[in-house]
Design a protein around this ligand. Sequence first.
Ligand code: NAD
Ligand code: DAU
Length: 342
Amino acid sequence: MVTVTILVTGGAGFIGSNFIFYWMENHADDRVVCLDKLTYAGNLSTLEPVMDKPNFRFVKGDICDKNLVLDLFRTERPEYVVNFAAESHVDRSIDGPEVFLRTNILGTAALLDACREFGVGRYHQVSTDEVYGDLPLDRPDLFFTEDTPLHTSSPYSASKAGSDLLVLSYVRTYGLPATISRCSNNYGPYQFPEKFIPLMVINALNNKPLPVYGDGLNVRDWLHVKDHCRAIELILRNGRAGEIYNIGGHNEKRNIDVVKLILQELNKPESLIQYVADRKGHDRRYAIDPQKIHRELGWTPQTEFDDGIRRTVRWYVSSSDWWREIVSGEYQEYYRKTYGGI
Ligand code: NAD
Ligand code: DAU
């Protein structure tokens, strides 16, 4: 018996696909509908394990396509909508901001309007800690709380902050039952190889240089993707409409230390590390204060980083069929443009 229909946008990407697997494992009776445009970052092969299940439907389409979105809501009448669909890579936003504004802001608007027209139990916007800007390295006592002012650095984070504000405006103006989560850096299986951890693993496996931006001392607060998925479910079910929840696990690591850990795990030499020009506007440190989600919803991360990163490295080692397909074509062009000769 189907209990609930959940619409997951961006479900062919990294976190969205992990969320679909998580949901279908834990709620076998629910119907899951995935709407994804299959941009360079979306991979249908990732969803192969669920594609033939009777309670799963994949729809190829753009969240900015208002008519398609309205039709989908008309036929599926989702109870929950979780929006993962986005342009998500900071470096690409520095090269070309426009598509980020279109998908991340106008796409969110199209989903919100459909929710308003058909009514939903809950709309959830998957946002990021990058909307808070960054923290200095010499103030380890500072963390992002839900009240930290928005202070964006890149076109990507500005577009995410814009969509967050739009969601909050629909809560206040139309009474839409929506929530927002702002999560720190995720790691785990099925992450597109342009992102830091899979890029370093795959380059090391290929004995290619590992491009570390600037001095390598930037700090990110890493969270296993499964812990993020659990947090989103708790917010969907028990979070208060109109609220923002920060998600992070007090797991701050310097980039260079993560790279060294990966090399150690793969038994590769540190001579592969190559310092390259810094990212423009590069945020120095991210660090989430997760007290609100812990206090209100009882969430705490379950994956220890040392264990999670080892399992993740092993996953990329044994899933070369998945990433080899992806690192061909358009990605080669992007890589040449971003990393030049190395
Ligand atoms: P991703 O780039 O791996 O996947 C994005 C997915 O969205 C892809 O499948 C892509 O095809 C799809 N998509 C893009 N534009 C679309 C459009 N116009 N219509 C329909 N589908 C479209 O991203 P991710 O890392 O899985 O991130 C998912 C969400 O989580 C994003 O909103 C991102 O801002 C947020 N987030 C990511 C992280 C992280 O560490 N990766 C951390 C916090 C928040
Ligand atoms: O904090 C949440 C955010 O985390 C999400 O909102 C974004 O969607 C996600 O991409 C991620 O953003 P970052 O910019 O932190 O992630 P990225 O993997 O691009 O880079 C992580 C760190 O590694 C950052 O300090 C830049 C550095 N880096 C990255 C690349 C790709 C390098 O040193 N070399 C590289 O080649």
